[in-house]
Design a binder for this molecule. Structure first.
Ligand SMILES: [Zn+2]
Length: 135
């Protein structure tokens, strides 16, 4: 998904919102034996500022499913994550850069998918793992 900044400026649409479905690549899921179920729902807002910087709020919603990291039972979790991004035309700190014309949102969406993932996927809160006590 792209934001065509030049076009929006010409149309004087300095603020707006967008929504799209993003198909993550398989390596977007870092948890072993798990996957991202279906598309990642992305919704967001943008603001075009006078100095050519663009503020973007991204909200991601998606489901993780697979095997519990502790006991290998089936597990599922819905993730919701919001991040604020500032796009600049010149490199500065950790901000994203764009060419002043178009913003490609895919790298930021990919980053947000990675950041929003838990380290483990559990079948339930407090799963103790496989019972090996052998009573
Ligand atoms: Zn479990």
């Amino acid at each position: 998904m792209e934001i065509n900044v030049k076009k929006l400026l010409a149309l004087k649409k300095y603020e707006g919102s967008f929504e799209f479905d993003y198909e993550p690549s398989a390596d977007c899921c870092l948890i072993p034996l798990c996957r991202i179920d279906g598309p990642v729902k992305v919704a967001g807002k943008y603001v075009l500022y006078d100095d050519d910087s663009v503020g973007v709020t991204l909200t991601l919603n998606y489901s993780l499913s697979g095997q519990c990291s502790y006991c290998l039972e089936e597990a599922k979790k819905d993730i919701s994550y919001t991040t604020e991004i500032l796009y600049l035309t010149e490199e500065e700190d950790d901000n994203y850069i764009y060419d002043g014309v178009k913003i490609d949102l895919d790298p930021a969406v990919n980053d947000a998918i990675l950041i929003s993932q838990p380290n483990v996927l559990l079948c339930r809160e407090g799963c103790k793992g496989i019972d090996v006590s052998n009573k």
